[in-house]
Design a binder for this molecule. Structure first.
Ligand SMILES: C[S@@+](CC[C@H](N)C(=O)[O-])C[C@H]1O[C@@H](n2cnc3c(N)ncnc32)[C@H](O)[C@@H]1O
Length: 278
């Protein structure tokens, strides 16, 4: 029998004290791979190195931070509406940079649909974030503004996902992010999909080693856009060319290999990039 004291104590669950932004960053983001791809896509487009980056929907702007750390001449602008998310980025990502690097990151708490200066070499909108715009008119308006935020030799990069599994309601992808007593699992749930208007809802949840769960840590209500629709809208917004980079590495556990393609085999769950030249 335990003492009166120990009886009254309820054990704190790991999910109650976990930091959702830290879990997100550990499970979803790989800034060094993103940057490697951005540089390669820019080189493919203009045969030179890129130095300026704008990260729309930047969240905790880890890509901006990694970007400025990758070269002394690089500068980055991060744009997001959410003050809490940006503050987490300042406290946990920006603070890890040295003073010179910190000075080369600018954070704008605003809507992405705003023209800012200086114009940049690369504008990235990662993690399907522009899918928040649910009509053609809204996306085209955003793409026009994004284009105006690019310098003459500039590219916009966005990731896309698709395949039958992404449309299957109740489908949850599970991945162990960290093993052991302090470990956790990442769950990506396709909650709903409306085939008539392509509205789709997704959740990110985290499950911890003690069995506790942070349910719906992040919720996304998006329109499920397809690659051809997005390319048509990019052209309508004035972009001169768009390219699709497809992952030709068949083995799921191996590192992705992005190759420009105009045709690809059907796949139940795929991720790709679209790169648009100003
Ligand atoms: C899916 S998260 C992406 C975070 C990060 N880009 C990543 O790759 O992990 C979407 C982010 O977009 C932001 N957001 C949504 N609508 C926005 C808008 N109109 N303008 C600026 N930020 C917006 C949200 O605050 C959120 O941080």
């Amino acid at each position: 029998m335990g003492s009166k004291d120990s009886k009254s104590k309820t054990k704190t669950k790991m999910a109650d004290t976990a930091d959702k932004f830290r879990c997100y960053q550990k499970s979803v983001q790989a800034p060094e791979h993103e940057i490697e791809f951005f540089l390669r896509a820019y080189k493919d487009a203009f045969r030179k190195k890129a130095y300026t980056l704008r990260e729309d929907f930047c969240g905790t702007f880890s890509i901006c931070c990694q970007w400025v750390a990758s070269d002394k001449k690089r500068t980055a602008i991060g744009v997001d509406l959410c003050p809490e998310t940006l503050q987490w980025g300042r406290d946990n990502n920006l603070s890890k940079l040295n003073q010179d690097q910190q000075k080369r990151v600018r954070v704008l708490e605003q809507d992405v649909r705003k023209k800012n200066r200086p114009a940049v070499d690369i504008l990235a909108a990662q993690n399907f974030s522009f899918w928040i715009f649910k009509t053609r008119a809204e996306v085209v308006e955003y793409f026009k503004i994004a284009r105006s935020n690019l310098q003459t030799q500039g590219i916009m990069i966005m990731d896309m996902m698709g395949g039958g599994e992404c449309l299957t309601e109740g489908q949850t992808d599970k991945r162990t992010v960290k093993k052991g007593k302090k470990g956790f699992k990442y769950h990506w749930t396709q909650h709903s999909y409306n085939p008539i208007n392509h509205d789709a809802e997704f959740y990110i949840s985290f499950k911890f080693a003690d069995g506790s769960k942070m349910k719906r840590a992040f919720t996304y209500q998006w329109r499920f856009w397809s690659i051809p629709e997005v390319r048509e809208m990019l052209a309508e917004a004035g972009f001169s060319h768009s390219y699709v980079y497809w992952d030709v590495e068949q083995d799921e556990d191996a590192e992705s290999q992005w190759v420009r393609k105009e045709a690809a085999p059907s796949d139940p769950s795929w991720v790709s990039y679209i790169v648009a030249k100003k």
